[in-house]
Design a protein around this ligand. Structure first.
Ligand SMILES: Nc1ncnc2c1ncn2[C@@H]1O[C@H](COP(=O)(O)OP(=O)(O)OP(=O)(O)O)[C@@H](O)[C@H]1O
Ligand SMILES: [Mg+2]
Length: 253
């Protein structure tokens, strides 16, 4: 089992959108699990799963609720979801109160390590204990970067947080919500990948097709497979899966 954390310290950059689309792409060839770690439950909603966790996240962390009992299937083959509900607001505190508080995500996933090939973690923004857990469990960290003067800064922040992790995972950055009418965005597309080894040349455009995901409650490839956005996520997934394959044998799980 390989774990991919979709992460940024910044909010609203396209993490959940990437996580849902990457999970859908991964499920075409592998048994995939998307773990929604955000109390907003957006990934859970987009995949039409009920945001209900019996006993709350506390029970899941303490082991009272088995991981398998909390997992829900989706309408897509090989794609399951570990949903978030309101109780995830307390997740940082729950982890903090637990033993080995930075290894709880790894521990919960251990129970299903033979059931899934790929696990995608949809992380909430920020540098919380939840993020620390996710990065510790991760074999790869996918980072959406919205072109702006601050995007390089957030990449540097993610790099330093990942570097502080016990076993730092490779970072795969990509440009998210790119509006080519803006000079600054066009410049970022040219400059960011060339100047930063962690940034791929994959560009997800800012488009109403992605916005439609909320109304359709589906990954973009399910309703617009030929769109530029769907193709970009397919390519991103390909790169990440290749990276994980190359790491074979060195998996943390
Ligand atoms: N490429 C895109 N084009 C247009 N809208 C987009 C694009 N990517 C994401 N969005 C929209 O932007 C909003 C934020 O995206 P998303 O929820 O994926 O970000 P996030 O990083 O997960 O946010 P948070 O930090 O709150 O978890 C959503 O409404 C989403 O539909
Ligand atoms: Mg999100």
């Amino acid at each position: 089992m390989k774990v991919v954390a979709v992460y940024s310290i910044k909010g609203g950059v396209g993490k959940t959108t990437a996580a849902v689309n990457l999970a859908w792409e991964a499920a075409r060839d592998f048994r995939a699990l998307l773990w929604d770690l955000d109390p907003q439950g957006a990934a859970t909603y987009l995949l039409q799963v009920k945001p209900k966790l019996k006993g709350g996240v506390d029970s899941l962390v303490s082991g009272k609720t088995r991981t398998t009992a909390a997992i829900r299937s989706t309408e897509y083959e090989h794609l399951d979801v570990l949903p978030a509900d309101d109780s995830y607001r307390e997740l940082d505190l729950v982890f903090d109160a637990a033993k080995k508080s930075t290894q709880r995500i790894e521990k919960i996933l251990d129970a299903v390590s033979h059931d899934y090939d790929v696990v995608i973690l949809d992380c909430p923004p920020g540098a919380s204990l939840v993020a620390e857990n996710a990065l510790r469990a991760a074999d790869a960290v996918v980072v959406p970067l919205v072109p702006s003067p601050l995007s390089l800064r957030s990449l540097e922040q993610v790099k330093s947080i990942v570097a502080d992790s016990v076993r730092p995972a490779p970072i795969v950055g990509f440009l998210s919500m790119v509006d080519r009418r803006k000079t600054s965005h066009r410049e970022a597309v040219v400059n960011l990948p060339g100047r930063n080894a962690e940034v791929t040349d994959i560009v997800v455009p800012a488009t109403v097709t992605i916005e439609r995901m909320g109304a359709e409650r589906a990954p973009v490839a399910a309703f617009a497979p030929r769109s530029e956005a769907a193709q970009a996520y397919a390519e991103l997934s390909k790169r990440v899966l290749l990276l994980l394959k190359a790491k074979k044998g060195k998996s943390k799980h």
